[in-house]
Ligand binder design. Sequence first.
Ligand SMILES: [Zn+2]
Length: 143
Amino acid sequence: MDWLVTDALAPIPNDLTAPFFEGCAEGRLALPICGSCAQPLWFEQLVCSTCASTQRTWIDAALCGEIHALTIVHRRQADVIVATVPYLVVDVELDTSHHLTMSTVEPSIEGFKICDRVEIGFRNIGGVAVPAILGIEKEDTSS
Ligand SMILES: [Zn+2]
């Protein structure tokens, strides 16, 4: 059982989102881009707004991004939201320029602010993996 929501809120993959959720189940962030010019596409976007191509392909984004916006939510709703503590709703901009809205893997509202780099993991809602913030990205000391 997820800490934030009940299984009733499990996403239902469709033709446009199935590759994304299949990727999440494997620990990947598979996201659509234009097959002609590589412009990031929304899941529902069938025509590229840059070049008008209808070619669509999928790439694996890195499991990290930057907090573009965040909100702390204080809400509990019977049979839907089971969190017993306030929770984050975060718009994360990935390095691919895609934006994904997510919360955190574990209940945590402390230590996050706009422009923070975050690592992304996954939560499981009713058997469906969804992206969620693991924590602040560790400094890259390899260079
Ligand atoms: Zn394009």
